[in-house]
Design a protein around this ligand. Sequence first.
Ligand SMILES: [Zn+2]
Length: 111
Amino acid sequence: MRPVERGDLPIDPNTGIPIVFTQYSQAKSHLIDRVGEYCSYCERSINHLLHVEHIQPKAARPDLERRWDNFLLSCVNCNAAKGHEELILRGASRFGNTIPKSNDISSVSAP
Ligand SMILES: [Zn+2]
């Protein structure tokens, strides 16, 4: 399996402070820089039509819609197949191999 190492929230080179995304689509280029042009689910190399994917769906967790640690990249097919379901990877923790450095999502979303 291809590792997905998203890393910490990107830093704005102009200000030196973490970027605040006003739209989740702004994270796409940063995600590509970190994990490459690969779908995080099917692991195919895709150089177009990659979507910013939400680990916890926007519909269920609108508060996480623009959070870096809730983002992955996915292809059109996987994004459509996942739909509005929450991502749970087999043999892994709730966030699989994409465990955020900060634990703030898991601390607020645990059942
Ligand atoms: Zn895919």
